[in-house]
Design a protein around this ligand. Structure first.
Ligand SMILES: Nc1ncnc2c1ncn2[C@@H]1O[C@H](COP(=O)(O)OP(=O)(O)O)[C@@H](O)[C@H]1O
Ligand SMILES: [Mg+2]
Length: 1074
């Protein structure tokens, strides 16, 4: 259903062949309506008409490519991709070489169309590294060629100023292998001159805008376009065109194609030379002979050019300002006038550039050409400049329009031929249609004997005065009656008054319109001469590329033969092209420009009408419909319409053709509407086709309803059956399941009962067994316990009674051990004076701890004592004895503690005065001291020497050292001393002794404590009896005159000299002590 839509939209039919009624007006309206809907493509059969939208449309996306890939040509919206796909498939599958001819006015979208075709083919052909590289190279040739060959013109900002034919070559699988590019007639006059508002070739602006400062310096160029004579005749930058970015894109493209950096540099150098040539200024001067000559006005530019190309400036200057003329066998150097000089300069610039362009195309070809010799299929894409009608048309327009005329011819011939051939092939009778055949115009131009081009050549070669006027006269004579030729003269002859045709002009009625050509410049341009001096100068340059462009400059190869004229060259290349195109299956893209202002969505009917006319679209449709508007293979036709007859629907058993015949017979169309070819059915008018389509739609609607009805019925039925089957199945399953469940339940109950019974029996048995076992076990346990009890009772004594003690002992020992070990580690220092002792760790060890403390201390003391010398020991013993005697009993004792006991206070041995006393004591002296003896009668004291030996106590006179009293120790009964700190002592004697008769002695000693102690010790040692000592305040002494009671009184009067004894009566004495 969907695919019928484009066919049936009567208001804007996608294929103009179906237009009804077919008039110029309806065709135009259809195009306009489609254009309004942004459907810029329309078919005439398999010719695509493309109306330039001047805006980017979203119809070239990768999705679109996919949509058109392997599509059915008539089933999708018309698109350039569809024709590209058709051509590609035909090439790949049917092995037919293809050519895609893109024609149209300048700015109609030809170049864009050719790029779309190329990109489509690249996108759908297979992928692979090598293939991609080839594709990329082919696609990237565009930016390079566009930079050098395109320019802004009044009609198109990116107008191709050369014709391009590109053969893309494929292998048998349809993979691109490479290609060949041919170029036609570059508009080289643009190099030196262009109309205001246009530009020179893009490359110059790109180079100046995009070249790095270094590059420009290397090329000796300035960035300012206005500086260059060839560029500053108009706008330099274009809105929407980034010259710098394009330059980079061009450089990248060259890299992709495979240009070496040196080649790129050489190319740009030659480009720079062309640009700089425009700035070489000439000035006039006069020679000695008075002849006008020209010379270089400012040598700098010339100098720089010569530096760039490696040439002697003199050579170039000479070549620019003079000319060598060969007359017979002489060569003469003639000077040029300034205009001649400029002419030569411009000719040189044009020639260099056009030859450079040819070189560029050849260089690209070497990169993209197919290396292997395998068999290839070719798809040619022709993008050639469109028909041009300007105010002032010159040689270029003539040539361009001639080429277009040829293309139109090929179009007419091919479409007709194709059409005719098809009818013949199909065995259909048909009546030829009227259409305009332009071969008469082609002939007018190219006829080799009497064509305009032949005439021009003849005029150029003719010796004598040659100018355009003679040429025009000749044409006027030749074509005086030609239907398509006009000039002032022929008009006059026919008495036609036409002011629009000036003199020196001729007019040709081209298929696309009448064009008036001005003959000025025809001969010069046809000759396309470059002074030999200039080509020789170029050949002399060291710049390899430049040199290679001028092979004819080689003096060795000088030929006097004139080179072929431009017209001749072009004619032959067009002829070659035509031959090439004829050998291929043509596909047409006819481009139409909708307006003159390059604006989007503006459709100027008048402009389009003119194009429709000269493109002969109406004729095209007519030819296409000459007999039959529609044709289709029987197979697809039957497939599409078989539902219209009950005999062919739903299936036809016979051949396709019979089927179609039966079908159409049923439909009862008039006989003349149909024709049956060998393989195709032909339908004469679109109306019939539309009727077929309408019926089909209705029938399809019915069929759809029918099918829907059947399907719904079938679906419900099957659904019901399925449900019924399912229901039966489910209930069967359910019943089975319920039964099974019941059985399982019964079985389970029986099992449970069984199990219970068995269990009960088993448990009873088990219980019995268990109780038996328990009884056994109990008896055993009881016996064991009993025996154990007995044994324990027997042994308890051994165990438990001593266990606690044992444990306690053990713990105790353990603690003690730990305590002792700890103590041993922590013993205080061994100094006797240190009485520190660590605290007791356990309370129960408190006593032992104290004991150990005292043991330790005593042990320390013993150790100290053991190491003392005997004398010191004796001394200490004496001190000890003194302490026992007096400690806490007599105040003097505490004072005496510090004083050491010196024994000998007299120096018995040393002092010779006491020699006698010494000998008397016979080394048994215990103590020698001075004492004072209290006179018993007066109580006054006198000094005496006291000598204590082991046997005696001797009192001697201090002056004579004569003993006065000698007491045996055994005579001493007792000794009395006071409680105070005095040295008063009383020696109580035994009454029986001899000395005793004198009574007791009262003495005062400064060393009382020592004296009494020693006396005690000696007495004990000798007699074995302790001294009886009284420490008292009141005692009685025995004097010869009876007993006397002595009272000791503490008084301050006593003073330091010792006690004062005062007799109080005869039996009392008071001793004052301090
Ligand atoms: N299919 C298209 N979609 C959008 N714009 C287009 C399309 N074809 C052409 N154009 C516009 O028209 C301009 C001229 O097209 P071009 O192909 O250079 O014309 P020609 O080669 O016929 O002189 C392009 O620069 C572009 O802006
Ligand atoms: Mg173009």
């Amino acid at each position: 259903m969907e695919d019928a839509a484009p066919l049936l939209d009567a208001e804007a039919v996608a294929d103009l062949v179906l237009l009804d009624p077919l008039t110029e007006e309806s065709l135009l309206q259809t195009l306009q309506e489609r254009f309004r809907r942004s459907d810029i493509y329309t078919y005439i059969g398999n010719v695509v008409i493309s109306v330039n939208p001047y805006q980017s449309l979203p119809i070239y996306t990768p999705e679109k490519v996919q949509e058109y890939h392997e599509c059915n040509f008539f089933a999708v919206k018309p698109h350039i991709y569809a024709i590209a796909d058709d051509a590609y498939r035909s090439l790949r599958d049917r092995d037919r070489d293809q050519c895609i001819l893109i024609t149209g006015e300048s700015g109609a979208g030809k170049t864009e169309a050719s790029k779309l075709v190329m990109s489509y083919v690249a996108a759908v052909s297979s992928k692979g590294e090598e293939v991609n590289k080839v594709k990329e190279q082919l696609l990237q040739s565009n930016p390079v060629l566009e930079a050098f060959g395109n320019a802004k013109t009044a009609r198109n900002d990116n107008s191709s100023r050369f014709g391009k034919y590109m053969d893309v070559e494929f292998d048998f699988k349809g993979e691109p292998l490479g290609g060949v590019i041919s170029n036609y007639l570059l508009e080289k006059s643009r190099i030196v001159r262009h109309v205001k508002g246009e530009r020179n070739f893009h490359i110059f602006y790109q180079l100046l805008a995009g070249g790095s400062a270094q590059l420009l310096q290397q090329l000796k160029l300035r960035q300012d376009c206005g500086h260059y004579g060839y560029l500053n005749q108009g706008t330099s930058s274009l809105p929407g065109m980034d010259d710098a970015a394009n330059f980079r894109a061009m450089q990248d493209a060259m890299k992709v194609i495979g240009f070496s950096p040196a080649e790129v540099t050489a190319l740009l150098e030659v480009t720079a030379v062309v640009l700089k040539l425009g700035n070489v200024q000439l000035s006039s001067s006069f020679q000695a002979s008075g002849m006008e000559a020209c010379s270089i006005a400012e040598p700098r530019e010339l100098q720089e050019i010569c530096e760039l190309i490696g040439l002697d400036p003199g050579t170039l200057e000479q070549a620019l300002c003079s000319r060598t003329v060969k007359a017979r066998n002489e060569t003469v150097l003639t000077t040029l006038t300034v205009p001649q000089g400029y002419y030569g300069r411009d000719a040189l610039a044009k020639n260099i550039y056009s030859r450079l362009f040819d070189w560029l195309v050849n260089r690209i070809n070497t990169s993209i050409q197919v290396k292997s010799g395998e068999q290839r299929k070719v798809m040619g894409v022709l993008d050639i400049y469109g028909f041009e009608i300007f105010q002032d048309n010159g040689f270029e327009q003539f040539i361009i329009n001639y080429c277009n005329e040829k293309l139109q011819q090929i179009f007419i011939l091919m479409t007709l031929k194709e059409e005719q051939e098809e009818y013949v092939r199909e065995g259909i009778q048909w009546t030829p249609v009227e259409f305009f055949d332009n071969s008469i115009i082609c002939n007018l131009i190219e006829n080799s004997t009497s064509g305009i081009l032949a005439m021009l050549d003849e005029e150029c070669l003719r010796p004598g005065v040659v100018n355009e006027d003679t040429f025009l006269t000749k044409l006027n004579q030749l074509f005086a009656t030609h239907k398509h030729y006009e000039s002032k003269e022929t008009q006059n002859a026919r008495r036609v008054m036409d002011t629009s045709l000036p003199a020196r002009c001729f007019r040709i009625h081209h298929y696309a319109g009448k064009v008036t050509y001005n003959v000025t410049g025809f001969i010069e341009k046809n000759n396309d001469l470059l002074f030999r001096d200039l080509s020789q100068a170029m050949w002399a340059a060291r710049h390899a590329l430049l040199r290679s462009l001028f092979p004819e400059g080689d003096p060795q190869k000088v030929s006097l033969k004139l080179p072929p004229t431009a017209g001749f060259q072009f004619k032959s290349s067009v002829a070659m092209l035509m031959k090439n195109l004829y050998s291929k299956n043509p596909n047409y893209i006819r481009c139409i420009k909708p307006n003159d202002t390059k604006s989007a969505m503006v459709f100027t009917p008048e402009l389009v009408r003119a194009q429709v006319r000269y493109l002969g679209l109406l004729e095209n449709v007519r030819v296409r419909r000459a007999g039959y508007a529609f044709r289709q293979l029987y197979g697809p036709f039957l497939q599409r319409y078989k539902m219209l007859s009950p005999r062919t629907w739903p299936r036809w058993a016979g051949s396709d053709r019979e089927g179609a015949e039966v079908l159409l017979a049923d439909l009862a169309y008039p006989k003349e509407e149909l024709a049956f070819g060998h393989t195709k059915i032909f339908i004469r008018s679109p109306r019939t086709l539309f009727d077929l389509e309408r019926r089909r739609q209705e029938r399809v609607a019915q069929l759809v309803t029918l099918i829907q009805k059947m399907v719904r019925g079938w679906r419900c039925r099957t659904q019901y059956q399925l449900m019924r089957k399912s229901q039966i199945l489910i209930s069967a399953w359910f019943r089975g399941h319920a039964q099974k469940n019941r059985y399982k339940q019964t079985k389970r109950s029986a099992l449970i009962l069984q199990a219970y019974a068995r269990g009960w029996k088993s448990r009873r048995l088990l219980r019995e067994l268990k109780s038996q076992r328990r009884r056994c076990a109990a008896a055993t346990t009881i016996a064991a316990h009993w025996r154990g009890y007995q044994a324990r009772r027997t042994y308890r004594r051994y165990f438990r009674t001593s266990a606690s003690t044992f444990l306690a002992n053990f713990i105790y020992r353990r603690l003690v051990c730990r305590y002792l070990v700890g103590l041993a580690k922590n013993l205080p220092p061994l100094s006797v004076l240190d009485r520190t002792w660590p605290p007791a760790p356990y309370k129960f060890l408190g006593d032992a701890h104290q004991e150990l403390k005292s043991i330790f201390y005593r042990w320390k003391c013993k150790k100290y004592r053991d190491q003392l010398p005997p004398s010191r020991r004796a001394q200490l013993q004496a001190k000890l004895c003194a302490s026992e005697l007096f400690k806490d009993k007599k105040t003097l004792y505490s004072k005496s503690v510090q004083q050491p006991f010196r024994s000998d206070y007299l120096g018995l041995k040393q002092n010779p005065k006491y020699q006698k006393l010494h000998t008397m004591a016979k080394d048994k002296v215990v103590m020698a001291d001075t004492v004072r003896k209290v006179n018993r009668a007066s109580g006054k004291t006198v000094p005496r020497l006291l000598l204590l030996t082991t046997e005696h106590l001797v009192l001697a006179d201090p002056k004579t050292a004569q003993p006065k009293t000698v007491l045996g120790l055994g005579d001493i009964r007792s000794v009395s001393v006071t409680r105070f700190s005095d040295g008063f002592l009383v020696l109580h004697l035994k009454e029986v002794s001899t000395v005793g008769a004198k009574g007791d002695f009262l003495l005062v000693s400064d060393h009382l404590i020592e004296l009494v102690t020693r006396l005690h010790q000696t007495l004990e040692a000798t007699t074995g009896q302790a001294l009886t000592l009284h420490i008292t305040d009141k005692f009685s002494t025995r004097f010869p005159k009876g007993d006397m009671s002595v009272t000791v009184v503490e008084s301050p009067k006593a003073g330091p000299d010792g006690p004062i004894c005062k007799k109080k009566g005869s039996h009392k004495m008071e001793v004052l002590v301090h």
